[in-house]
Design a protein around this ligand. Structure first.
Ligand code: AMP
Length: 554
């Protein structure tokens, strides 16, 4: 393999010699200068070389092949095509979108072909003459076998996230696809890790490839700060909540190792008042798209996901990657944390590390020379300080009106009284109530403090401080299960209204309403639970007959 060229390569897109209309598209996309991977690969790619590019998602790698493709490799009036293979449909779609933006002013159409979507529509787009085909291996092979993609027309092959494709078990499809393509094509391979399996693919299917790599030491460390919290492994979800409260990240992709864990963590974050959602392969396509839409529109603060579900999704705006649990191998750590700190921005990776995960941490240091900084969970004292600040902020927010002259006179007299502290402590005690009630209030205060919780507030008829305040006398509550949920497009406020209308419950008697996917949970006073269940019988909401019953557990 050849090494990367040593000569200085230009810093501006103009200096690379890119055509006017592609420059215009780049300008419209807001890309001012090429990322290192774009800058380094462009001259090699337009010279017709096969290139292996070691790069993470987020380095601008789609542009690294997309720009030369639309700019030079595919002539506007020819019929030769480029085939981009990606491990997931999300990535295939994302690349197709980006390439069509790059080619906005050229006669070059793009089509995304992936499983689970209409074959007919893809065939139509192919027949209409799409020039860039971006797809997942299984579906692309299908089209090649049917003849709806003509192998002989493929001039450029791009293997995007090649290591992911191999680790997802696409080796057979990849080989079958590549065997069908013309031998004189150009092949570009992008991969975050270049191990023996990747080298074998390169040896077998590429011609004298140039290698553009980041040095091993920097693969994962580039622009990313790594932190770890040592945890006991017990009460991990609570630890995560504390970490989120302490670090207060603007937004994060939170990785879990299993689907069950993903749902559990997201539910716990929602309960704690965070704007969080989960994504696993188990969610129906419509819901996945809805969640991804919210990620794209930057409406979601925390996305909890498995590795597979998160693959290829553009999360470049998320500031943090959090490992709720460390992945099973170090390469995966590099992949995960590479999702932040994209396109020159710095990102932060935070991992919770339990006793059984120390081995991975060791390999991370040894193999990738990533040395995460150790942080400790805040002590009780520190948590108390934060709680105090929350309470003061809450009182401050509750009483906005300036005091009258008479009130001010009383306040001043009060503050100069020798027993002011004792009296104020008593007043605050009365305001915040007993310890148990105080915890409720703290939750309200903390929920308010958290940025990005609008979504939650809408879903969850958050009780105001006053509601809680008026409801001081301890009254046991029962949690009721309701058979409608988010899937039925239920809003918490709607359910609250129906409960009030039908059962005569007062607003303050209705506790938290948690709208889950298929059901909802609502807290009502224990002594009215049975009556509520009976009065709700026969009620209809969103065309569904509502049934309430006592929840067996939350
Ligand atoms: P990628 O590595 O292809 O997934 O790209 C990561 C993100 O960086 C995507 O959101 C791109 O749109 C963005 N991006 C890529 N190249 C540039 C560039 N030259 N300037 C600004 N943003 C870019």
């Amino acid at each position: 393999m050849n090494e990367s060229p040593e000569e200085r390569i230009p810093d501006k897109f103009e200096e690379l010699g890119i055509c006017e209309d592609v420059l215009r598209a780049l300008d419209e996309m807001g890309w001012e200068s090429p990322t290192p991977v774009q800058r380094d690969s462009y001259p090699l790619v337009i010279d017709g070389h096969d290139v292996i590019v070691q790069s993470r998602t987020g380095t601008g790698k789609t542009g690294a092949f997309g720009i030369p493709l639309v700019d030079r490799l595919l002539s506007e009036h020819g019929n030769e095509q480029a085939l981009v293979l990606a491990p997931t449909r999300e990535l295939a779609l994302q690349s197709a979108r980006e390439i069509s933006k790059l080619g906005a002013h050229r006669q070059i159409d793009t089509v995304a072909v992936y499983g689970g979507a209409s074959m007919e529509r893809q065939i139509q787009a192919l027949e209409k003459g799409a020039r860039v085909i971006s797809g997942t291996p299984g579906r692309v092979l299908d089209h090649l076998n049917r003849g709806t993609i003509k192998a002989s027309r493929i001039r450029v092959l791009v293997l995007d996230e090649a290591d992911e494709m191999l680790s997802m078990g696409f080796a057979k499809e990849l080989n079958a696809i590549i065997e069908k393509l013309p031998k004189d094509r150009q092949t570009l391979l992008f991969s975050a890790t270049v191990d023996r399996a990747i080298k074998r693919v390169a040896e077998k299917h590429m011609r004298d490839p140039h290698f553009l790599g980041l040095s091993g030491d920097h693969v994962g460390a580039l622009g990313i700060e790594h932190f770890v919290y040592m945890v006991s492994g017990v009460g991990r979800v609570a630890n995560l909540v504390t970490i989120l409260e302490t670090e207060d990240p603007e937004s994060a992709l939170i990785f879990c190792n299993t689907k069950a864990e993903t749902e559990e963590v997201a539910a716990a974050l929602q309960r704690a008042g965070f704007n969080a959602e989960w994504l696993t392969g188990d969610r129906p396509q419509r819901e996945r798209e809805e969640v991804l839409g919210r990620v794209r529109n930057e409406e979601l603060r925390f996305l909890v996901a498995t590795d597979v579900a998160a693959r290829g999704i553009d999360v470049s705006h998320l500031t943090h990657v959090i490992n709720f649990s460390l992945p099973e191998n170090v390469e995966q750590y590099v992949h995960r944390t590479g999702r932040t700190g994209r396109a020159g921005r710095t990102g932060t990776a935070i991992s919770l590390v339990g006793p059984t995960e120390l081995g991975i941490l060791y390999y991370l240091r040894l193999q990738y020379r990533i040395f995460p900084i150790e942080r400790t969970l805040p002590s009780e004292g520190e948590q108390r300080t934060r709680q105090e600040a929350d309470r003061i902020a809450m009182i401050d927010a509750a009483y906005r009106k300036p005091p009258t002259e008479a009130e001010l006179a009383l306040v001043r007299r009060f503050l100069t009284h020798p027993n002011a502290e004792r009296m104020l402590a008593g007043l605050l005690g009365a305001f915040f109530g007993t310890d148990a009630e105080a915890r409720d209030l703290d939750k309200v205060a903390a929920t308010r403090r958290r940025r990005g919780s609008e979504h939650h507030r809408e879903e969850d008829e958050g009780r105001s401080a006053r509601d809680v305040d008026e409801d001081q006398n301890e009254r046991p509550t029962a949690t009721l299960y309701v058979n409608v949920g988010r899937r039925d497009e239920l809003k918490a406020s709607e359910l609250g209204r129906l409960l009030r209308d039908r059962t005569g419950l007062k607003r303050k008697e209705i506790g938290r309403i948690r709208v889950r996917d298929k059901h909802s949970l609502v807290d009502v006073p224990e002594d009215r639970a049975q009556e509520v269940i009976e009065s709700m019988a026969g009620a209809v909401l969103r065309d569904r007959e509502i049934e309430l019953e006592r929840a067996t557990g939350d």
